[in-house]
Design a protein around this ligand. Structure first.
Ligand SMILES: Nc1ncnc2c1ncn2[C@@H]1O[C@H](COP(=O)(O)OP(=O)(O)OP(=O)(O)O)[C@@H](O)[C@H]1O
Ligand SMILES: Nc1nc2c(ncn2[C@@H]2O[C@H](COP(=O)(O)O)[C@@H](O)[C@H]2O)c(=O)[nH]1
Length: 207
């Protein structure tokens, strides 16, 4: 048993932090993981002040809130971490992580670099995984092809990506670094990195 960063006393699988530049493929890999291991992983639904993209669902992809609401929550101590990214606020609430851990699932946090640094100061003790693009050119192409960003947002994200890739070289910051070139290879690596946690949860649900 341990007292987690959420303030709740929890036993159970270690959470997983997936980080890496916007467009590196975190959500794509995460969806593959959740599809193959249905019922083993739970997504920590972050709050954000950015507007939903077509197809995104409030409460599933994010909790979409105003800056005022988010700032009030931060002041009330409701967030484990938060960061300003590409002109918007993003943050992980204690409730989001508690909700997943209460179901004894492997909690996945998809967060950018400032969030990683903040989580490092807590006792959440996740496995830190960095998903990286094969090159900046390929990252730009993937982000452009995704068609979710304005030119301004795209440029901000590319600038953040360069900084992110530099910081991620810091020894010990990530437990695993995966270069997402071929998607199937990257997915295999991700599964390999999580196999112990997967087997632990599979074992405990069979018992
Ligand atoms: N290995 C790959 N080869 C080609 N395209 C890929 C690969 N991985 C992901 N993509 C595509 O790249 C785009 C960005 O991927 P994705 O949205 O998963 O990135 P992300 O890291 O979650 O970004 P963000 O942080 O902005 O949410 C998507 O359109 C996705 O389909
Ligand atoms: N520090 C945090 N970063 C987060 C959180 N939720 C998402 N993110 C990161 O934001 C960028 C942009 O996401 P997008 O959905 O607008 O493309 C990406 O790098 C995410 O990992 C959070 O709660 N905290």
């Amino acid at each position: 048993m341990r007292e987690s960063a959420t303030g709740a006393v929890m036993a159970g699988p270690r959470p997983v932090v997936l980080s890496g530049p916007s467009g590196a493929g975190k959500s794509t890999l995460l969806k593959m993981l959740m599809k193959e291991f249905n019922g083993l992983f739970g997504f920590s639904v972050s709050h954000t002040t950015r507007k939903p993209r077509p197809g995104e669902v409030n409460g599933k992809d994010y909790h979409y809130v105003s800056r005022e609401v988010m700032q009030a929550g931060i002041s009330n101590g409701e967030f484990i971490e938060h960061a300003e990214f590409s002109g918007n606020l993003y943050g992980t609430s204690k409730a989001a992580v508690q909700e997943v851990q209460a179901r004894n699932l492997i909690c996945i946090l998809d967060i950018e670099m400032q969030g990683v640094k903040s989580i490092k100061k807590t006792d959440l003790n996740p496995i830190y995984i960095s998903i990286q693009p094969p090159s900046m050119d390929i990252l730009e192409k993937r982000l452009r092809d995704r068609k979710t960003e304005s030119e301004e947002s795209l440029q901000k994200r590319l600038r953040a990506a360069s900084v992110d890739l530099e910081i991620s070289k810091e020894p010990g910051l990530f437990d695993v670094v995966i270069v997402n070139d071929n998607l199937d290879d990257a997915y295999r690596e991700l599964k390999g990195a999580l196999i112990e946690e997967i087997q632990t949860v599979q074992g405990s649900t069979k018992a």
